[in-house]
Design a protein around this ligand. Structure first.
Ligand code: PEP
Ligand code: MN
Length: 338
């Protein structure tokens, strides 16, 4: 961290500040100029609050040089993390995970049927929401525990590990028992109590990027889970809010190379929620594979026009099968498989 003091800051004030940093265990290098004095702080600055330093009336600028996240940072963990999700390994040079299924679980028969269909099309994991974060309180809210148990049956029938969204700490035990990869939805990315609770488990977590969150905020949320002791975190980009209205959200594919440079965590892309339109899902999936995504999570429904939620962005199993075939060819170009 580099701190530049205002012109004419009294020596006494400079000494006070230097002492406070030294008391935090940081080593301070000072450059005394004719007009300005600059400090360089070296050591663990993750606990230093730069906005608090900037409150000092004699401080001119505070610049953070190192990232505020540690566990997530590739600097301290150079090799790619590979996360085992009920037998499917995600990250590194592992096969690209193909997660597919309906937005919401709609009952036992439908989920078993969909699981079989997506498996036949090439999916390696099954998704399905049992607790749904709906904008309207009058919209379908999910089948709850029944939905989770239906997913378990679909897993038994197909062998596909399951992904489902956890919305509240009160359901954590149920998820730890039954779900292979626990999704934290975009709306809960900064539900810090939920993140802390997940940090105390060792279950893989799929952490979606918030609707309007920066990469740094997203990585700090991953840091919350990891700081609690759970290192099994997978990031998921699902589009962010912009001024554009042609698509439900704007898919930020540039996060793939950035996440890979800054962190060692796997990154999965959700082209369904990112675009909100099934017609755009295939091209965005192929682009994501080309850009190095470690997985794709895609909404698939046997009859999208009758889906209980997100039908407009759901693919039929036939479309999904054709997408998988094309994605395999793109993956081969970058020496990956799916
Ligand atoms: C979902 O996966 O169905 C979902 C609601 O996702 P998001 O949190 O990205 O909106
Ligand atoms: Mn959905």
């Amino acid at each position: 961290m580099i701190i530049s003091m205002k012109k004419g800051a009294p020596q006494e004030e400079i000494n006070k500040l230097v002492r406070s940093f030294e008391e935090m265990g940081l080593s301070v290098t000072t450059i005394y100029g004719e007009d300005y004095n600059v400090f360089g702080l070296v050591g663990d600055t993750t606990r230093v609050d730069e906005t608090q330093i900037a409150v000092n009336p004699y401080v001119d600028t505070v610049t953070r040089v190192s990232a505020p996240y540690k566990k997530v940072n590739r600097l301290f963990h150079p090799e790619d993390s590979v996360i085992d999700c009920g037998g499917v390994r995600i990250g590194g040079q592992e096969k690209i995970a193909m997660i597919a299924g309906p937005c919401s679980v709609e009952g036992l028969e439908p989920i078993v049927e969909t699981a079989k269909a997506v498996k036949a099309a090439g999916a390696t994991m099954l998704r399905g929401g049992a607790y749904k974060p709906r904008t309207s309180p009058y919209a379908f809210q999910g089948l709850g525990t029944e939905g989770i148990l239906d997913l378990v049956e679909a897993k038994k029938a197909t062998g596909l590990p399951i992904v489902s969204e956890l919305m509240a700490i009160e359901h954590l035990d149920e998820f730890v028992e039954y779900v292979d990869l626990i999704q934290v939805g975009a709306r809960n990315m900064q539900n810090f109590d939920l993140l802390k609770a997940l940090g105390k488990t060792n279950k893989p977590v799929l952490l979606k990027r918030g609707l309007a969150n920066t990469m740094e905020e997203w990585l700090m949320s991953a840091e919350y889970i990891m700081a609690g002791g759970n290192e099994n975190v997978i990031l998921c980009e699902r589009g962010i809010r912009t001024f554009e209205k042609y698509t439900r959200n704007t898919l930020d594919l540039s996060v793939i190379p950035i996440v890979k440079e800054k962190t060692h965590l796997p990154i999965v892309i959700d082209p369904s929620h990112a675009t909100g339109d099934w017609r755009l899902v295939e091209s965005m999936s192929l682009a994501a594979v080309a850009a190095g995504a470690d997985g794709l999570i895609i909404e698939v429904h046997p009859c999208p026009e009758r889906a209980w939620s997100d039908g407009a962005q759901s693919l039929t199993p036939e479309h999904y099968a054709s997408l998988v075939k094309k994605a395999r060819r793109i993956a081969a170009v970058i020496d990956r498989e799916l």
